[in-house]
Design a protein around this ligand. Structure first.
Ligand code: SF4
Length: 244
């Protein structure tokens, strides 16, 4: 893994994601290296890593907490920021750099809300902090119940059982928790619903958006059906019914 320390000029970015006001990405690149990741385009914004494979590099925005504090001090109103949109805020580098934690502390100091989206149990490190933030929510990306599917498509991300356990722990603290089943990978929806039901306040689903980059891998494993729009519709409807 190529870990490079960089500086950034901005922290809070207005979001075009429906329902998300601002996003913060403390890292460029992501050590989880999901094969279907929509954020692979971020490489073109990198000076050093345009040719480096997604998942093989991380740029650490070492000054992002100071930049964020300065931006928040200049805002006339508060809002909510989501970490993160094009990286996992609790990817392995966060254990050392603690930038996501620093950003949460800055948001809390300025009365801003915080929304987390991650695949990593490392978020449990910050549960005590998140509990003190206005309207904090923690979402876990759990796109399948099957860890053998996860090993193929999310080779460096935490296991599904580890995510479920972390979800349980965060939910038990009273923080609003949700699961983002996205993209809907090959799965047993009944089993996935049973695994997450006790630990969530809500669920969101989405289909596979960048099929081209993973279609050969899906076909190699006999998962052709999961590439279809019909699979996403049927699976999403089934999950919604099971968890309503
Ligand atoms: S955790 Fe998210 S940002 Fe990171 S590689 Fe996977 S899909 Fe991409």
């Amino acid at each position: 893994m190529d870990i490079t320390e960089v500086t950034t000029k901005s922290a809070l970015v207005r979001s075009r994601i429906p329902g998300v006001e601002f996003v913060i990405n403390p890292y460029t690149g992501c050590g989880h290296g999901c094969r279907y990741c929509y954020a692979v385009f971020m490489g073109k914004y990198s000076k050093q890593h345009q040719q480096t494979a997604w998942g093989a590099y991380v740029e650490v925005k070492t000054n992002i907490v100071e930049v964020l504090r300065s931006e928040l001090a200049g805002k006339r109103r508060t809002g909510t920021a989501m970490l993160s949109s094009v990286c996992d805020p609790y990817q392995p580098a966060e254990a050392r750099y603690r930038l996501t934690r620093g950003c949460i502390e800055a948001l809390r100091e300025h009365g801003w809300g915080v929304s987390i989206l991650t695949r990593s149990p490392l978020v449990t490190r910050d549960s005590d902090l998140l509990r003190t933030c206005i309207g904090a929510s923690v979402g876990f990306s759990i796109p399948t119940d099957d860890d053998t599917v996860r090993q193929v498509l999310e080779p460096h991300a935490p296991s599904i059982p580890d995510r479920i356990e972390a979800l349980r722990q965060v939910h038990a603290t009273g923080i609003h928790t949700w699961v983002f089943v996205a993209p809907m990978l090959p799965m047993n929806p009944v089993r996935l619903a049973e695994m997450i039901r006790p630990h969530i306040d809500e669920i969101m689903v989405d289909g596979l958006n960048y099929k081209g980059q993973v279609a050969p891998l899906f076909r190699q494993h006999g998962w052709d059906e999961a590439l279809t729009g019909d699979y996403a519709k049927r699976t999403g409807d089934h999950l919604a019914l099971l968890l309503r």
